[in-house]
Design a protein around this ligand. Structure first.
Ligand code: GTP
Ligand code: MG
Length: 407
């Protein structure tokens, strides 16, 4: 079974190092790659760091911090994992939102030296918002505190308190004392912590089981190519299955069409499944931003929806006009009502019906938009998250809680 894991946590608490360790210990890295990195590190006169196994490592060497989300695969003893490294740095909350949205489980990395920090809290808030309940806590850098049980217990209860505040049942969450650098309790059981008889991180992850439900087809249109003999609509299957011969409805265009042909890059098939990019041949005019789905459970274009947002701009006021992006759609929208202003470090509601919110606030907001296909995040995450843009700058990101407000 493939499990999508996202790693979150405060800057420098060891996320990238932990991933590097997982990849290394599970022998998911080719030896040429190890040599290649050792050479690079020499060039940069740095100490060998596991974090350098990650992609874009050349940038990391220069920047010293994760600057974009990176996905990698590795094998557990049972499950197969796709793991996403999310930057801990403030400005990258937006990436975190998009990166975490596919996650089945999350690993929260907390340094035993520093304990809970601002980003630890903000990331937990986002996990909650994204409905990721399956959570593991890696209390990292145990080597730096001489593998002290006391220090572990202190940090564990500090984290538990925060978890409870966010509505997690802290008793149900697995806490693992680890050293990503030394490899303790990650892939193999540590000999330096005989006071701990719990699972290693990989053992804990290997126990995860998932139920994936079947969802209706959502084909998101990226481009339309008018060839001499046919018109090919290129897009991505974000959920469900698309078959040659199916009749589907595109919204907001309202075009109903039969799929006459299916084109892949480099292969032939009669169907495209979730995650596939494909070209379809249809009669009728659709455009980028349209979403196709089955007649019995079609996508619906709405003119308003209710969402939860983390705001990263300076100020957002009721009545503001913004650009909203969801899937491949780009529309104008208005902030018609701000229902609640929420503290993104604690999840607490700070104010009902505020006039405005400022940087780092979260909020529940009613948007009025040009016709747009959105889905509730819990139903189809790929069409249930959005980004807010003003003057070409990303100023927020969020998830759709409710569609079709009937406005
Ligand atoms: P950002 O991507 O910038 O958010 O940081 P990160 O969480 O990915 O941290 P990273 O893995 O880059 O590690 C930060 C620093 O902590 C590096 O200098 C690591 O060598 C160090 N570090 C990571 N894990 C451990 C550990 O288990 N023990 C000790 N002593 N140091 C560690
Ligand atoms: Mg990192």
């Amino acid at each position: 079974m493939n499990v999508n894991v996202v790693l979150v946590g405060h800057v420098d608490h060891g996320k990238s190092t932990l991933i590097g360790r997982l990849l290394y210990d599970s022998a998911s890295i080719k030896s040429e790659r190890v040599e290649e990195i050792q050479k690079l590190v020499e060039e940069y006169k740095r100490r060998f760091e596991f974090a350098y196994f990650l992609d874009s490592f050349e940038d990391e060497l220069k920047e010293e911090r994760t600057i974009d989300t990176v996905s990698l695969m590795f094998m557990g003893k049972k499950n197969c994992y796709t793991i996403t490294d999310v930057p801990g740095h403030k400005e990258f909350i937006k990436n975190m939102l998009t990166g975490a949205s596919h996650a089945d489980v999350a690993v929260l990395v907390v340094s035993v030296v520093e304990g809970v920090q601002e980003q630890t809290r903000r990331h937990l808030f986002l996990l909650r918002m994204l409905g990721i309940d399956n959570l593991f806590v890696a209390v990292n850098k145990m080597d730096a505190v001489a593998y002290s049980k006391e220090r572990f217990e202190t940090i564990r209860s500090q984290i538990s308190e925060v978890l409870s505040a966010f509505g997690y049942d802290a008793e149900e969450v697995t806490f693992i004392p680890v050293s990503a650098m030394e490899g303790d309790n990650i892939y193999s059981s540590s000999e330096k912590m005989d006071w701990y008889d719990g699972q290693t991180l990989i053992e804990a992850l290997d126990e995860v089981t998932l139920e994936r439900e079947t969802k209706p087809l959502r084909f998101v249109v990226q481009d339309v190519y008018e060839l001499e003999t046919e018109k090919v609509v290129v897009g991505r299957v974000e959920s469900g299955v698309l078959r040659r011969g199916d009749e589907i409805l595109f919204e907001p265009s309202g075009v109903r069409a039969r799929i006459e042909g299916l084109r892949f890059f480099g292969r032939e098939d009669d169907e495209a499944t979730t995650g596939d990019c494909a070209g379809i041949v249809i009669e009728g005019t659709v455009r980028r931003g349209d979403v196709g789905g089955p007649l019995e459970d079609p996508p619906r274009a709405v003119r308003s929806f209710f969402g939860e947002t983390v705001f990263l701009g300076d100020e957002l006021r009721r009545g503001d006009i913004l650009e909203l992006r969801c899937g491949t759609a780009k529309v104008r929208c208005e902030v018609s009502d701000i229902k609640e202003k929420i503290d993104s470090e604690t999840g607490e509601v700070l104010e009902e019906n505020p006039e405005s919110i400022s940087e780092h606030d979260a909020a529940t907001i009613e948007f009025a938009t040009e016709p747009l296909v959105v889905e509730r995040f819990v139903d189809i995450p790929e069409l249930g998250r959005f980004v807010l843009v003003k003057d070409g700058r990303n100023i927020g990101a969020g998830v759709v809680l409710q569609t079709d407000l009937g406005v």
